[in-house]
Write a protein that binds this ligand. Sequence first.
Ligand code: FES
Length: 176
Amino acid sequence: MSAPATRTAPSAEACAAADARASFDALRPRLDALVARYPARGAALLPVLWEVQTARGFVTPQSVREIAAYLEIPAAQVEGVVTFYTMFRDRPVGREVVMVCKTLSCRLRGAQDVLDALERKFGIHLGETTKDGRYTIEAAECLGLCDMAPCMLVVDGERFGDLDPEKAVRILEERA
Ligand code: FES
C-alpha cells in the first residue's frame, strides 16, 4: 500500500471541536506567562504553539490566526513553523502517532518495507489515521538511532530500531 504522504485538510467540524476544547481567552494566562520569559513576543512562538496544540489537540486555522494576533506576527510565520516542525500538527491525529524514519540510513535498510507493512496492517496510508482514532502513521526525519536502522518512534512512547516489517507490526500489536 505504498503511497505518497497525504495531508488532507481537517474538516470544519474537527476544527470547531478542537477550538471548542479550549478558548484562546482561557489559555491566555498560561500564554502570558510564557511570553514573559522572552525579550520579544514573537520569540515565544514555539512554546505558545505547543501550549495551544496541547490544549486543542492540533493547530487549527483559527489557532494560527489567534496566535499570530496574540504574538503580533504574520499568520504566515505561524503556519511556516507549524508545517516545518514535525512536533506540530495541523490536523487531528491518532492517540498513538507512529513515525517511521525515512532518512538515508533507514531508507537504505528497509524503512519503506516497514512503512508498507504498517499501512497494510492498519489499512491506511502515510499521514492518515485509523477509523478508531488510535494510530496515525507518519514519516519522520532522522530519529538519532541510525546505528539501529530502520527505526520508528511511537510518540509519547518509545523508539524502536533494527526493525523489519514483521517486527514493527508485532511491536504495535503488543502495545495494543
Ligand atoms: S537515518 Fe533513521 S534514525 Fe537516523
